[in-house]
Design a protein around this ligand. Structure first.
Ligand code: APR
Ligand code: ZN
Length: 235
């Protein structure tokens, strides 16, 4: 199985730069007129002509070797995210461990949404062993508080969020493995950067209803992961 090398992946998203500007590369903080300040294993030298690249969509400039080093530090899924403006190139995926996502409609209304029923999502992830994409490969990880129940209003916007959360689940972006900021426990399953409402009839934790801004916020958080309605239509 011969995949693309990290350098080939990065180059796919770059345009050539003829004259480097007198700016610093914001990855290594060295000038774009000189070589990458990144020195590490697997950093081959590149010709001067291609030492700086412009990300094709957002236009931000970096040393090619700095982008390759950044890509190698991630989960190497073929996607790249501009560290300046967060534009995503390719399809971003995460390192959520295996598990199950289910949902159904329950015949009750959430505070703030008296006119509709409620979608309940149930996430279940068992403990396991960390893979190469996790912070401590081959070490076990714990999984606390599962099944985790989450709620959305069963209206048009809530159903849109649900559809996008299903995409996020498939791309392994809902949970991650790391250190819980709530409990301080390391090597455990934690929420990733997409907020969920885990409280139904009250808001004691701040993760409940009413919260009139929630649906708009979570749509923004999904967008930051590269998951939008436009893309949903392409699928
Ligand atoms: N419900 C929903 N989101 C939460 C909760 C909660 N009870 N607690 C924290 N978060 C959000 C945080 O705001 C943060 O953005 O999850 C993100 C990661 O926080 P961590 O504490 O690192 O995540 P985790 O350990 O997974 O969550 C702690 O959430 O669902 C509950 O059972 C879970 O009690 C546990 C708590
Ligand atoms: Zn650089």
């Amino acid at each position: 199985r011969k995949g693309k090398t990290p350098e080939e992946v990065v180059k796919r998203y770059l345009q050539k730069v003829r004259n480097s500007p007198e700016e610093d590369c914001t990855i290594c903080m060295e000038t774009l007129l000189g070589p990458s300040g990144y020195k590490g294993p697997g950093v081959a030298s590149v010709s001067r002509a291609e030492s700086v690249g412009r990300l094709a969509q957002c236009g931000h400039l970096y040393h090619l070797q700095c982008l390759v080093a950044m890509y190698n530090n991630g989960n190497k899924d073929g996607s790249l995210q501009c560290p300046t403006c967060k534009t995503i190139y390719g399809v971003k995926t995460g390192n959520q461990p295996p598990g199950k996502m289910e949902y159904h409609v329950i015949p009750h209304s959430l505070p703030g949404y008296p006119d509709c029923k409620t979608i309940r999502i149930i996430y279940n992830i068992p403990p396991g062993i960390q893979g190469p994409e996790h912070p401590n490969p081959r070490k076990p990880f714990t999984a606390r508080g599962f099944p985790r129940h989450c709620y959305l209003p069963d209206n048009e916007k809530g159903r849109k969020v649900l559809r996008l959360l299903l995409v996020a689940w498939d791309r392994r972006l809902i949970f991650s493995v790391g250190t819980s900021s709530t409990t301080g426990e390391s090597d455990t399953v934690i929420w990733n950067e997409v907020h969920h409402k885990t409280e139904f009839g009250s808001n004691l934790t701040g993760h409940g209803f009413p919260d009139s801004g929630y649906l708009a916020n979570v749509l923004e958080e999904l967008k930051a992961q590269g998951i939008t309605e436009d893309e949903e239509q392409q699928l």
